[in-house]
Design a binder for this molecule. Structure first.
Ligand code: AHR
Length: 315
């Protein structure tokens, strides 16, 4: 076991780590300037700390994809590198749509990412935080989107995809901000991440404003169920990961999941701040740092994330 200190990488919000079959870990995240997408690559989680970032795309000068580049994720689908991200065409923080970049080169660090287009979700509203996963050979996308008919800024939707940009079915709403801890400051469900284990699929997500109220919730379903049937999904009544004043970490969330170098130990990758009080708009406070910690499973087969920590032991 090695002693891991958080932050892993400072000032990188919405962190995403892909552990690829080529043995590399790839890291991407929102940068404070919200103006570009960069990747890091290393053979170990700890190696990402010092890995040199490569900028693989920069925002356009105007129009679509020209403002507030948020929450990129790197996926490898059908032999292609895909980066999903959200972007606005103005500085209005509620006019984002979801886009994808694709790269056919073997090495995403040196390859060329082309703009593949916008994900057509069936609603032309505020949309962000797309994450992709595969189940039984089918590709799914889960994302956050606003429905003007529903209170709050974003709900979670799922759809099986027929290609990286196109749902193969009408998206289904998995969750909406409805519990008190989901509606503090902003009523949002966002930042989904998928995890499969013990015959279940879990979708973690983040809720409330991106200040000390930000925290994680958890949905789950049978792995063999119709994932597009909202009634089949269940939601935890309470947050599964939240601020820890005793540990000095606040507003943890927008997570992803990966495995440690042993290929077994499950890791929670998340951002958090080391203070509760923020001057001004939390979206423009740059100190959401990327952090990592291991987590366990209880006797019922559910993940136990614990609390954000400054130090943890990793295999
Ligand atoms: O970090 C930018 C945005 O802030 C993310 O896309 C979203 O999850 C959060 O609200």
């Amino acid at each position: 076991m090695t002693r891991h200190k958080n932050p892993l990488i400072e000032q990188r919000a919405d962190p995403f780590i892909l552990r690829h079959e080529n043995g590399n870990y790839y890291f991407t995240a929102s940068v404070p300037e919200y103006d570009r997408i960069e990747l890091r690559c290393a053979k170990t989680i700890g190696g990402l700390r010092e890995a040199a970032p490569a900028v693989v795309w920069r925002k356009r000068r105007s129009g679509e994809m020209s403002c507030l580049i948020w929450a990129p994720e790197l996926h490898y689908v059908g032999g292609r590198w895909l980066i999903y991200f959200a972007a606005g065409h103005t500085m209005d923080v509620l006019d984002h749509r979801i886009y994808a970049l694709c790269c056919d080169d073997p090495d995403p660090m040196s390859g060329t990412f082309a703009e593949a287009g916008r994900v057509e979700t069936g609603m032309d509203t505020f949309a962000l935080d797309a994450t992709a996963f595969e189940r039984e050979g089918s590709q799914y996308l889960v994302w956050a989107q606003q429905d003007p008919a529903i209170a709050g800024h974003s709900n979670l939707y799922i759809a099986k995809m027929k290609d990286p940009l196109t749902p193969a079915e009408r998206p289904a709403m998995l969750s909406r901000p409805e519990l008190p801890w989901e509606c503090r400051g902003f009523a949002v469900n966002e930042g989904p991440a998928a995890l499969m284990k013990n015959g279940r699929i879990f979708v973690s997500y983040s809720a409330s404003a991106v200040d000390h109220n930000y925290c994680m919730g958890l949905l789950w379903n049978d792995l063999s169920a119709d994932l597009s049937d909202p009634a089949a999904w269940k939601k935890a009544e309470r947050p599964v990961f939240a601020s820890s004043p005793e540990n000095g970490w606040y507003g943890p969330g927008h997570n992803c999941f990966t495995k440690a170098e042993d290929g077994e130990t499950d890791l929670l990758v998340y951002h958090a701040r080391q203070y509760a009080n923020i001057d001004g708009d939390p979206l423009y406070d740059p100190n959401r740092h990327a952090c990592v910690k291991g987590f366990a499973w209880d006797e019922s087969g559910f993940p136990v994330f614990g609390a954000p920590v400054s130090e943890t032991l990793l295999p």
